[in-house]
Design a binder for this molecule. Structure first.
Ligand code: FAD
Length: 385
């Protein structure tokens, strides 16, 4: 499935990672910590191992201490992580994009101070955009940073923040001016130096990692912690979304692929009406539909990654990949439950967990509806937001 696109080098990298994931991560996340919160030190230990395979390190150039892999290779590795554990894929995603953002946009002193800890897998970053009243429309961000001498004083609340309770620092999108397009600024808030309060959110799935509310109350941060200059955050967030959406597409793809694998395994084993259920035409049809959607999701996702690697604008293609892969994950995970019959809704089988995880996928990094709006605007030149 899709292997025809891999070079020998990519295949070796994927195989080495998969051996590690199957041996150590699958039992840890899908049995020992299934639906249970993974403590920070355990998560950090896993992240440290993953950085050796090119996760997080892959998106940063060698000049800044990373491995400098291309986007497609990084995405292939990432798909393996997701197919093993969506929970684990979240800190990998957020630390990767925190690292990418620091490398691309942070002034040298900030980059030199905060990037190495992410590349070693020892530190966690959070990226704070969403707020209780601000989801799909980032232009409405209310968290306010006001200048006070050589400091920012920050007040506000962020919500749905991945890595929240693990985080050592937060890259916070703050309102520093009233101009809708030039009024947002990225500011790095060090949790140990400047402090912020964190409260975890319990969800339908993905509870082995942290999604949290973050409360900022008169937090004083040096102006030197500004990333990429005042008023630059909207432009930079939108360009970051183009890349991070391809990774969220790979989250949908990974969940869908694992659901298909579980369904195929079960269909070859379970017997009804005198033969394995794989021998019933309606089951075969369901598996065929699932497999075709998984491959279509992969092709859209790889295409967007290739375009990003080539430096070609890929806003619409990234939106298509995210939209299709994440909606397919919901459908395919449900079909995998159906193939399992009653067993599919028990905690004894992984498809129950996959179905809950799939439901989450069409929400972060721009909902399905937001992706449709982006695609519509690209097709017609008319914004329907
Ligand atoms: C597991 C998880 C992890 C997350 N991690 C992070 C993170 O690390 N950092 C971060 O900042 N955020 C994070 N988020 C937040 C995520 O980005 C938002 O949930 C998402 O952008 C949607 O915002 P909302 O939840 O406020 O929904 P809303 O924007 O309130 O949308 C509600 C519904 O209305 C629809 N809608 C909204 N506007 C329109 C429109 N113009 N036209 C048609 N339909 C519309 C939406 O599609 C949706 O169906 C995370 C969310 C989840 C679930």
């Amino acid at each position: 499935m899709g292997h025809v696109f891999r070079t020998e080098e990519q295949q070796m990298a994927v195989d080495a990672l998969k051996r590690f994931l199957d041996a150590e991560i699958d039992p840890l996340f899908n049995k020992e910590y299934r639906d249970r919160f993974v403590p920070r030190e355990v998560m950090a230990g896993v992240m440290q191992r993953l950085t050796e395979f090119g996760l997080v390190t892959g998106v940063v150039g060698e000049a800044h201490g990373g491995m400098g892999l291309d986007w497609l290779t990084t995405l292939m590795l990432y798909e393996e992580v997701v197919a093993t554990s969506s929970d684990l894929s979240v800190p990998v995603l957020i630390n990767s994009f925190g690292a990418h953002l620091l490398e691309r946009l942070a002034p040298a002193p900030l980059r030199e101070r905060y990037l190495p800890g992410l590349l070693r897998g020892e530190q966690f970053v959070s990226i704070g955009i969403s707020e209780p009243d601000v989801g799909s429309n980032v232009l409405e961000i209310k968290t306010r940073a006001r200048r006070d001498g050589d400091h920012w004083v920050i007040n506000g609340e962020k919500t749905w923040i991945s890595n929240g309770s693990y985080s050592d620092f937060l890259i916070c999108t703050c309102r520093t001016g009233d101009d809708p397009r030039r009024g947002l600024t990225h500011i790095l808030i060090d949790r140990h130096e400047h402090g912020y309060e964190v409260r975890d959110i319990h969800k339908i799935a993905l509870n082995s990692q942290s999604t949290a509310q973050i409360f900022l109350s008169d937090v004083r941060v040096p102006i030197a912690n500004t990333i990429a200059g005042e008023g630059e955050a909207l432009k930079n967030t939108l360009s970051l979304f183009e890349r991070s959406r391809v990774f969220v597409a790979a989250q949908g793809l990974g969940v869908a692929r694992r659901a298909l694998e579980e369904a195929v395994r079960y269909a070859k084993d379970r017997r009804q009406h005198g033969k394995v259920i794989a021998g019933h035409q309606l089951i075969a049809a369901m598996l065929a539909e699932m497999a075709t959607s998984v491959d279509a999701a992969r092709l859209l996702t790889y295409r967007a990654a290739e375009m990003i690697e080539a430096g070609v604008p890929a806003e619409m293609e990234a939106a298509m990949a995210k939209y299709f892969a994440c909606e397919s994950a919901v459908k395919i995970a449900r079909q995998a439950v159906q193939v399992h019959g009653g067993n599919g809704v028990t905690r004894e089988f992984l498809v129950e967990k996959l179905a809950r995880e799939a439901i989450v996928m069409p929400i972060p990094e721009g909902t399905t509806q937001v992706q449709q709006l982006i695609i519509g605007r690209a097709l017609t030149g008319v914004a329907a937001f």
